[in-house]
Each structure stands twice: as structure tokens, then as C-alpha cells.
Design a protein around this ligand. Structure first.
Ligand SMILES: [Zn+2]
Length: 324
């Protein structure tokens, strides 16, 4: 494969050398349009778009040049809405994804389209994912730059495996890298390794999202050694794993020489309708500025060098999108 030094963003291709400080897993919006339309009037387009522009303006002012947004089918992706937000943010790149997000069954739309239908049909997901990368998302010219799928506490269900294999095959066609949502407490990474090895995906093009929810440094080092990029990407989601544990894990992996295999993020959003608004008060650190305000100073205090921080925020994201 030819070397690629540009990456698609919501505003078109950008040289990878210009991505700068990159948060590797942040959503703009996470929405459930059908449920929201049925059960609530919480969603109000104009104020939410304005609010998002405000939050992302603050993020750009903190020095972040790029966010990688893994919002796909199942998370309420609407690329035109993200483009509206991005129009007002000249200093911020937003990198879009394609794929499907489920912990169990495929989205119902796919249930009787493809393998498992009565009778079995060819898999339509591969062509759809490739179309998003090569032609554009949702009828726009905005192209996806990477693939996203998920595996969680249900393990490798038929639906999860179907999507993961479609992502692997779409990767083989396009070369775009692969991000997988994991649950490290269930060692979902072992399934990811088996399926994506089987699909011929080089671990160096695979980002194991959410493995930073684990403090098992030996196991994380083993994944890094195989070449995977480790998503230390839920800073601020303290009820899942607290600040000190997250920082200690990154410090320990840096001490072992793995700063070249980690990326940092919060997995937050400008607005998410999956959580009762009254619960957000229990997540005071789950916002876009937590890494710059609290995490980076703590890492520096613990001996992580500026070079190592630059690797995690600049070099590693850039190299994941480049192909050689
Ligand atoms: Zn996410």
C-alpha cells in the first residue's frame, strides 16, 4: 500500500503532519434519535449546536487541534450536524468514522440483510463501510477516515462478530485503520485479536479503545508488544476507574517504554442522551478539558516527559492514520 500522508476530516483532507495535538476518542454528539423523539423533548437542535460550538471552541483554545470522533450507526451519527458545528470552528479538525456499534445483535436494519437472513444473503456492511470511506457519508462528500466496532460484556456474539469481520474486510479494501470498543474486565481483547488476525488486520492499525479502564499493566504491555495502540481514552469517567488508577497505569506503561503505543482521550461529548441529565453532576471531570487541566500535570509530576506526552497526543495518532 502506498504511503498516505493525508487524513480525511469533516472539512476535507488534512496533511497528517498538521493534525497536531489530537484527542483520540471524543464524540461531538451521542444520540438516540428514535427514543428521544418518542419519549422526551430534551433535544433542541439550535441550542445544542450552539452549546457544542462553545465547548469545542474552549477545547481548541486549550491547544487541541484535532478530535477523532468514533460516532457511527448505533450512536446517532448525523454527519451534517457535525459539519454545522465544525463550520464554526476554523481551528479544529474533526475526524469521522464508519462502522456499527452494538454489544449484542446487529442493528435491526441489518438483521434480514446479509448472513443470518432467511435465506442467507451476502454481507452488505463491507460495501457500505467502504462507500463511507471512498465516496462519503450519508450522501455528503465527507469521508470516514477509520472504522469503529464494539465488543463488551456479552462477548463475541454473532452480531458483534459479523460487524467486526465486515470492518476487517473493509479495512482490507481501503487501508483505513480500525478502532474497537473493548471491555478489558471481560478480556474482550482476546476475541478482537483472534477475529482481526483471522481477517488479516495488522495489529499496528488497530486501536483497542477503553483498555485504559484496566490497571493490569502486564496485560496492557503484552498488547502493546503485539503492536496494538492502547486507548487510555476515558479520563474523567471516574466511576468506571478513578483518576489515580488511570494516571498510574499510563505512568507505569511509560516507565516500561510503551509511550509509543498509547493515546489519550476522555470519550466524552458535547451532549449525550444515554445518561439522565441529573446524573451528570456525578461526572464532574468528564469534559474535554480534564486531560489538559488535570491529567497532563499529574503525568509530568510523576516523571512522564514532554516527549512521551507528545508521542501520546501527536505522533501516535498521526502514525495510526498513516499507511506504509
Ligand atoms: Zn466512545
Amino acid at each position: 500500500m502506498a504511503s498516505v500522508t493525508e487524513v480525511e476530516t469533516v472539512r476535507g483532507p488534512v496533511p497528517t503532519a498538521e493534525l497536531g495535538v489530537t484527542l483520540m476518542h471524543e464524540h461531538v454528539f451521542v444520540l438516540s434519535p428514535e427514543s428521544a423523539a418518542n419519549w422526551s423533548d430534551e433535544w433542541d437542535e439550535e441550542p445544542r449546536v450552539t452549546e457544542a460550538i462553545g465547548k469545542l471552541t474552549e477545547l481548541a483554545a486549550a491547544g487541541v487541534r484535532t478530535i477523532v470522533d468514533p460516532t457511527v450507526d448505533g450512536l446517532g451519527r448525523d454527519i451534517r450536524r457535525v459539519a454545522r458545528v465544525n463550520e464554526a470552528l476554523p481551528g479544529l479538525n474533526i475526524i469521522p468514522a464508519t462502522g456499527a456499534y452494538t454489544y449484542a445483535d446487529v442493528p435491526h436494519w441489518f438483521a434480514q440483510r446479509g448472513p443470518g437472513a432467511l435465506p442467507d444473503l451476502p454481507e452488505p456492511m463491507v460495501d457500505l463501510f467502504v462507500r463511507d470511506v471512498q465516496e462519503g457519508i450519508q450522501g455528503t462528500a465527507i469521508k470516514a477516515a477509520f472504522f469503529k466496532c464494539a465488543i463488551d460484556h456479552h462477548g463475541l456474539t454473532a452480531g458483534v462478530e459479523r460487524i467486526m469481520r465486515a470492518v476487517g474486510k473493509a479495512h482490507a479494501v481501503t487501508g483505513a485503520p480500525v478502532m474497537v470498543h473493548n471491555n478489558p474486565g471481560q478480556d474482550t481483547m482476546a476475541h478482537v485479536q483472534r477475529v482481526l488476525d483471522d481477517e488479516g488486520v495488522d495489529p499496528r492499525r488497530v486501536l483497542l479503545a477503553h483498555v485504559g479502564d484496566s490497571t493490569d499493566v502486564d496485560r496492557l504491555a503484552g498488547l502493546a508488544e503485539r503492536g496494538y495502540l492502547l486507548g487510555m481514552d476515558r479520563f474523567g469517567l471516574d466511576p468506571i476507574l478513578g483518576f489515580d488508577d488511570r494516571v498510574n497505569t499510563v505512568v507505569a506503561l511509560c516507565e516500561r517504554g510503551w509511550s509509543g503505543r498509547m493515546v489519550l482521550a476522555h470519550d466524552t461529548s458535547c451532549y449525550i442522551d444515554w445518561i439522565d441529565p441529573n446524573l451528570m453532576q456525578f461526572l464532574p471531570n468528564w469534559h474535554y478539558l480534564h486531560i489538559h487541566q488535570q491529567v497532563l500535570p499529574a503525568l509530568a509530576e510523576r516523571g512522564v516527559t514532554q516527549d512521551q506526552i507528545d508521542q501520546m497526543l501527536v505522533t501516535n495518532p498521526r502514525e495510526w492514520f498513516e499507511r506504509t
